[in-house]
Design a binder for this molecule. Structure first.
Ligand SMILES: [Zn+2]
Length: 123
């Protein structure tokens, strides 16, 4: 049985996810600003736009890890809205509070995560 989250808990996770998302976008816009010697307000504009929709250029300039993490964060935010946050996307059991606090965007419980990683290694 999955424990229902109250509004306060949901809000905290939402904040954690939004902060992580923003830090990835900010880091990237700084990198772009340095490499292209863009005006800082152009970089800021990118941050503003990236919050609503990702441009192709934006996604292309991310590393695979960052791109994957952003997508995971977006999915986790959607799950929060639908009341499915904290539920493992594979076995539908409780992901666990400690694990969520450490990695709030994780879609899987520890067992499924380990299984998925073993499968990746075996490939
Ligand atoms: Zn699971």
């Amino acid at each position: 049985m999955v424990k229902k989250m109250n509004k306060k808990e949901k809000d905290e996770f939402r904040k954690m996810l939004a902060a992580k998302k923003e830090s990835i976008i900010r880091k990237l816009s700084e990198t772009i600003a340095e490499s292209k010697e863009m005006e800082s307000n152009v970089a800021q504009d990118l941050v503003d736009k990236a919050e609503t929709s990702y441009t192709k250029e934006f996604l292309l300039s991310l590393t695979d890890t960052e791109r994957r993490q952003l997508l995971l964060i977006d999915e986790a935010l959607k799950r929060l809205e639908h009341g499915e946050f904290g539920v493992c996307q594979l076995c539908h059991k409780d992901v666990g509070g400690k694990r969520l606090e450490a990695i709030p965007w994780t879609p899987y419980c520890i067992d499924c995560q380990e299984k998925a990683e073993e499968e990746l290694k075996a490939q």
